[in-house]
Design a protein around this ligand. Structure first.
Ligand SMILES: Cc1cc2nc3c(=O)[nH]c(=O)nc-3n(C[C@H](O)[C@H](O)[C@H](O)COP(=O)(O)OP(=O)(O)OC[C@H]3O[C@@H](n4cnc5c(N)ncnc54)[C@H](O)[C@@H]3O)c2cc1C
Length: 602
């Protein structure tokens, strides 16, 4: 079962069996759902993706969003997706029932969005940012803000955005300069500019609600002086009419990919008439925004995994049909009289397809693992359990954002290579996936920034507690695999990999202990690569355990070939991907420091 852009069997295998949907619905929090209805919800999302998103995927690339007389023109279908998506419940799915939501497990919400993003990654962001902005208002906003904005945003009438970046403040948000001046009217006057704002302006909703980071006049420098404001494009006047709130659109960035998803340059208060309303307490804005950003980082990993999944399906379909060349016989010769074979018969093409498979399915499993921990944290009935899942999320989120984004680029690049010359041409879709996926390693904190977060903050946090909890989770899987004879060699290998990761971690932490922080963090990016490779190796062992058990039980949900393909992919990952960690460990423990700041000797 599957669409052109997604193998739904694998998605359901991951959600239901590897990441244990049944455990979630037996909890008090999700007891009002059952696995059957949640699977039907995913089927409905797939149907929506096939009819309302996928057919417009290439059109949106060919007709990019663009600035037109002070506003941004985007593809008409985007409005339709916002409306229908809201009707389908996509904007209220993860919201608690007491706040008017469906309180669907986050795992299901994640799978649903991944389906949409596999179909057409240019559109779901409009919904995702609206939901994220609404969640911030719900969580930290005053009653008045909730009253004014939530029902319209969650009903799909108004969209939302997240405005952090400024020309001088990208990775370094401590340099945000947009200003906020208190007004006796109970609001703040906002002035400044934000760049690269996704979904920042379009014709599809009456209003766009920007969640803006700004600095109240007199606030301390750095991150401790940043506050969060709701700044709508239009505001309610005293007579009840909607009037301009002095938010203007200076331009739309023209990009190599995701061209249907507008990326705007916004000006706030050009005419000194832009009003913003404080969310929560003054100077706490960044910590509130980070709560949205943690979700957004999981969403970025999910989007990258989803694109890589779609590209894999396209490469696979091509490789099964494209006739080219003949097999090499055992004599070392080719029979030129023989028919040409589909390229899927050539070992090097198979290598590229397996690489795509292990990265894409490994990435999706990692994303769903992270979503599962979000659910476990929300389900927790005591503080200790809640803290456990919170810490697991702290350490896994930067990896969940980065592995699918970085390795996804490699997967799609190999997928493009499978098509040879056609891969490079716009007759086929691979070049679009290749351009679309490139942004995922950049926005929501670049790979460099995520890697600093993992090594500099998450590894040592609470004396390494988050890290130790994650290792314990992996060791639990190792113990399970030890009971299944054909998987024992893989569980031993994962154990060795964990030991290697641990010895590299201890080696690097020594620099931190000696206060050599620059040296400690210099190769954070390579540490992320090592860490992510081991974590995805863990995910493959989990998938193989379930596949093996179901194969033994002769479970009829999936075919024997399906289970076998998962076990084969495990072997492939451990033969071709895991050994990369050896080289990474050698580099990371090499005492030479060749990248520290110094003379410009490039
Ligand atoms: C298509 C698109 C959509 C976006 N959507 C949004 C949005 O909706 N809202 C929003 O607020 N922003 C958005 N952004 C902005 C995005 O989050 C930033 O581009 C990103 O955080 C990087 O900031 P920057 O571009 O200023 O790069 P810089 O911060 O200048 O980074 C340049 C390079 O230097 C590295 N670097 C920077 N500082 C350090 C450091 N301390 N240590 C090590 N390396 C470092 C980075 O890793 C990167 O490789 C979007 C960007 C794009 C392109």
């Amino acid at each position: 079962m599957g669409a052109a852009f997604l193998d739904m069997d694998t998605m359901k295998f991951l959600v239901n069996h590897v990441h244990c949907l049944n455990e979630l619905v037996t909890s008090e929090r999700y007891a009002h759902h059952d696995t059957e209805s949640l699977n039907l919800f995913l089927d409905a999302v797939l149907d929506f993706a096939e009819t309302s998103l996928y057919p417009y995927f290439r059109e949106m690339d060919a007709n990019p969003a663009h600035w037109d007389s002070g506003t941004i023109a985007t593809h008409e279908q985007i409005g339709e997706v916002i409306r229908k998506g809201a009707e389908l419940g996509l904007l209220v799915a993860p919201i608690d029932e007491q706040d008017g939501g469906l309180q669907v497990p986050f795992t299901i919400h994640t799978a649903a969005n991944a389906i949409l993003e596999s179909a057409n990654n240019h559109v779901p962001g409009y919904l995702g940012l609206t939901l994220g902005a609404a969640e911030l208002i719900l969580r930290f906003g005053s009653e008045a803000l909730r009253e004014t904005y939530l029902s319209k945003m969650l009903g799909g009438e108004w969209c939302g955005t997240m405005c952090l970046t400024e020309p001088q403040a990208g990775s370094s948000l401590s340099d945000v300069q947009t200003g906020a001046w208190p007004d006796p009217g109970g609001y703040y006057r906002i002035k400044g500019q934000k760049i690269f704002i996704s979904g920042g302006d379009h014709q599809h909703t009456d209003n766009i609600v920007h969640l803006v980071l700004a600095r109240i006049s007199g606030a301390p420098a750095g991150t401790k002086g940043i506050s969060l404001f709701v700044v709508p494009k239009r505001r309610l006047a005293e007579d009840g009419a909607m009037i301009s709130n002095d938010v203007s659109t200076a331009g739309d960035f023209q990009k190599m990919g995701q061209r249907g998803y507008c990326t705007t340059h916004l000006m706030f208060g050009e005419n000194d008439d832009c009003r913003g309303w404080l969310v929560g307490a003054a100077n706490h804005g960044l910590s509130y925004m980070f709560q949205m950003m943690n979700g957004a980082r999981i969403a970025v990993g999910r989007g990258a995994a989803a694109i890589a999944v779609a590209a894999y399906q396209a490469s696979l379909a091509y490789a099964r049909e494209r006739l080219q060349g003949r097999p090499i016989e055992n004599s070392g010769k080719k029979d030129v009289q023989a028919e040409q074979v589909p390229i899927i018969q050539h070992p090097d093409v198979r290598r590229m397809l397996y690489l795509q498979k292990v990265i894409t399915e490994g990435s999706m499993s990692l994303v769903l693992q992270t979503a599962y921990y979000v659910d476990r944290m929300r389900m927790a009935t005591d503080l200790e359990e809640r803290n456990k899942y919170h810490l697991l999320l702290e350490i896994l989120t930067p990896v969940c954002k980065t592995y699918p984004s970085e390795k996804g680029i490699e997967a799609v690049s190999n997928g493009l290579q499978v098509l040879g010359g056609y891969g490079y041409c716009d007759d086929y879709v691979l070049q679009q996936y290749y351009r679309d996926i490139r942004i995922f390693a950049i926005y929501e904190g670049t790979t460099g920034i995520q890697s600093l977060d993992l090594l500099g903050r998450k590894l040592p946090m609470q004396d390494g507690k988050a890290y130790q909890l994650l290792i314990s989770e992996m060791q639990h899987t190792i113990r399970e695999a030890n009971n299944l004879q054909p998987l024992i060699s893989y569980s031993e290998e994962l154990n060795n990999q964990i030991k290697r990761l641990h010895s590299v971690s201890m080696h690097l932490l020594e620099y931190a202990r000696k206060n050599e922080y620059e040296r400690y963090l210099a190769d954070a990016n390579l540490y992320m690569d090592l860490f992510g490779t081991v974590v995805v190796g863990w995910q493959w062992l989990k998938m193989a355990i379930i596949a093996f058990q179901k194969q033994q039980e002769k479970a009829v949900q999936y075919s024997d070939a399906f289970y076998q393909s998962k076990i084969h992919a495990l072997s492939w990952y451990y033969k071709y991907e895991m050994p990369r960690t050896t080289a990474l460990a050698v580099i990371l423990t090499n005492p030479q420091a060749l990248t520290l700041p110094g003379p410009d000797n490039f």
